[in-house]
Design a protein around this ligand. Structure first.
Ligand code: NAD
Length: 343
């Protein structure tokens, strides 16, 4: 067995249908007496229920990729209302704003996820200012407590459930070949992929198991380093403004095929978790079965952007099972652009 380091995540997790009703008690447990309750405008009504239950203050302005001007507005409300903690309810955008406030104020955070993005389990924050996305890691960014309540997924549109679930699987895929991987993280990753691959095709009846899988995949993301797949998605999102979970869904089979060389054990575990012959083919087939988008072309990317994307992806080297090769990554992007099933 290879030597490894394992650091457990210091997060309290409460899981179960109806558990959102424990938000006030969980906030109190963290010493929060007046929370800023964060949602997107789309989920303002759900946020208002938490405001009523906790005696907090609502802020329904969270936006994708955590723009710093939105954070400034939220901090102004946080200070004016003498808030002493945050409750973020929603997907990665709401969680991101809660993290941005906690990074600046060191306040405690409770997160109530309503998508499968997994941000609640990490100490990572990606913020955008002047069109550029900057990622930072800090202990203050890590939420202290999370309530996973599958009832809140009832309003999740089917297409977003599919791409958000594939986004979660991507964390586990890269966790299985992470340079700093370890046996516990690999167990969580394989079980996370299995749970999501089993549950997502079931739609609403599978939401409990899918949320459980998303938790595990988020924990993987929070524990070990990601590689080529996440780098490519970061480039496509940050530089070409491609949508987050959809881009993860399209790129994942192709990044996995690229890394099939040099990650034998990971590929075998991914295929086993998917119940498929090959890891990359199985991921493509799952996305197709879920009716998710399969090509960058469908997402609005243009062919003339692929050269620049390949260039940026290799500009700053990072650990990856297969060495980064610009020409091979350009082929990967061409396959993803055209939505070809990986061989
Ligand atoms: P999102 O949070 O932007 O949600 C998309 C839309 O769906 C929003 O309008 C949201 O209000 C709505 N929505 C969410 N859950 C819903 C539900 N149950 N019912 C109805 N509507 C619902 O999208 P996302 O994919 O969850 O998150 C993407 C963002 O999270 C990106 O900015 C990404 O960079 C970030 N992210 C960060 C990390 C990290 O560790 N830092 C990890 C994953 C994602």
């Amino acid at each position: 067995m290879n030597p490894f380091v394992y650091a457990a995540l210091p997060i309290r997790v409460v899981f179960g249908r109806g558990k959102v009703s424990e938000a006030a008690a969980e906030a109190k447990r963290l010493g929060i007496t007046r929370p800023l309750v964060i949602t997107t405008s789309h989920q303002a009504d759900s946020g208002n229920n938490i405001v009523k239950a906790t005696g907090g203050v609502g802020f329904a302005g969270a936006a994708m990729h955590t723009p710093t001007d939105v954070t400034d507005k939220a901090i102004a409300v946080f200070n004016a209302e003498r808030c002493d903690g945050t409750i973020a309810l929603g997907g990665g955008s709401s969680t991101g704003l809660g993290k941005a406030i906690a990074f600046r104020t060191d306040c405690p955070q409770l997160v109530i996820p309503t998508s499968y993005a997994g941000s609640e389990m990490t100490n990572i924050l990606g913020e955008t200012a002047d069109g550029a996305k900057v990622t930072k890691r800090d202990a203050k960014i890590q939420p202290e407590a999370v309530i996973y309540d599958p009832d809140l997924l009832g309003t999740l549109p089917a297409q977003f459930a599919a791409t958000s679930g594939m986004n979660a699987i991507a964390h586990a895929v890269e966790g299985l070949y992470a340079v700093d991987g370890n046996p516990i993280v690999s167990l969580m990753a394989e079980e996370g992929i299995r749970a999501l691959a089993t549950a997502l095709p079931k739609g609403k009846p599978g939401q409990d198991e899918a949320l459980y899988g998303a938790w595990l995949c988020g924990a993987v993301l929070g524990s070990v380093s990601m590689a080529l797949h996440h780098k490519l998605c970061h480039v496509l999102g940050g530089t070409f403004n491609m949508p987050h979970s959809e881009t993860h869904t399209v790129i994942l089979p192709h990044a996995t095929a690229y890394n099939a060389v040099g990650a034998d054990d990971a590929m075998a575990r991914i295929a086993r978790a998917l119940g498929s012959k090959s890891a990359a083919g199985g991921l493509f087939d799952l996305a197709q079965r879920l009716g998710a988008p399969l090509s960058l072309k469908v997402l609005g990317m243009t062919e003339d952007q692929l050269d620049k994307a390949a260039e940026i992806a290799v500009a700053n080297p990072y650990p990856n099972p297969r060495p980064l090769d610009r020409a091979a990554i350009r082929i990967l992007l061409d396959n993803a652009f055209n939505g070809r099933r990986p061989a």
